[in-house]
Design a protein around this ligand. Structure first.
Ligand SMILES: O=P(O)(O)OC[C@H]1O[C@H](OP(=O)(O)OP(=O)(O)O)[C@H](O)[C@@H]1O
Ligand SMILES: Nc1ncnc2[nH]cnc12
Length: 189
């Protein structure tokens, strides 16, 4: 959407950012944790942030078949965006949570190691997939999700975030591997 269609966008994003609480030394020492729950508890701001994410998702300009949400905070926003795009929702879950045949990918994030899983039949070959999560820090999490989409033969059309921590260069890391993949971010730090 062109800037003139939503002249208050920048101001609104600034207001959203002000409501995200920073918690020092969580979950481990040295991490400045950006807590989105201090924003989502407001009925007005919840609606605002979801509507802006929907606006961003539509601006990828490609028909999306599947919105892929990342465990767990990606689940808070993914289904609303999927509904607005008339797309389906598929979860990527932490290890051992999904029934049936799955594939997995290990990764490292800002504050530890983890493993992601996806159900083998959740994406059909060639389906257009948009990945959504609340935040990108080092990019380890998003990179793992991109690898899972690739392994299932999905057509990755983009990655969408509510928040980017640019100093950790996560987008740079992902786009080095998945060249040319577009990113959309609502709030930068
Ligand atoms: O860019 P990275 O350094 O990989 O970090 C980003 C990831 O870290 C957080 O998830 P977390 O694993 O804490 O899970 P949660 O959503 O269950 O809280 C966040 O929601 C992202 O998914
Ligand atoms: N600094 C941070 N705040 C919130 N979630 C995160 N995930 C990874 N790094 C994070």
């Amino acid at each position: 959407m062109a800037k003139r269609d939503n002249p208050n966008r920048e101001e609104t994003i600034k207001q959203l950012k002000e409501q995200i609480r920073e918690v020092p030394d969580f979950p481990i020492k040295g991490i400045a944790f950006q807590d989105i729950f201090s924003l989502l508890k407001s009925p007005v701001l919840l609606k605002t942030v979801i509507n802006l994410l929907i606006e961003d998702a539509k601006s990828f300009g490609t028909n999306v078949d599947i919105v892929l949400g990342l465990d767990a905070r990606g689940f808070l926003i993914g289904p609303s965006v999927a509904m607005a795009l008339n797309a389906g929702f598929v979860p990527v879950r932490k290890g051992g949570k999904l029934p049936g045949d799955t594939i997995s990918h290990s990764f490292e994030k800002e504050y530890g190691k983890d493993v992601f899983e996806i159900q083998k039949d959740s994406i059909e070959k060639g389906q257009n997939v948009l990945i959504i999560d609340d935040l990108i820090a080092t990019g380890g999490t998003m990179l793992a999700a991109c690898e899972l989409v690739k392994a299932l033969g999905g057509n990755l059309i983009g990655c969408q975030l509510m928040i980017e921590l640019p100093s950790l260069k996560g987008i740079e890391r992902v786009t080095k591997v998945f060249k040319g993949i577009p990113f959309k971010v609502l709030i930068n730090y």
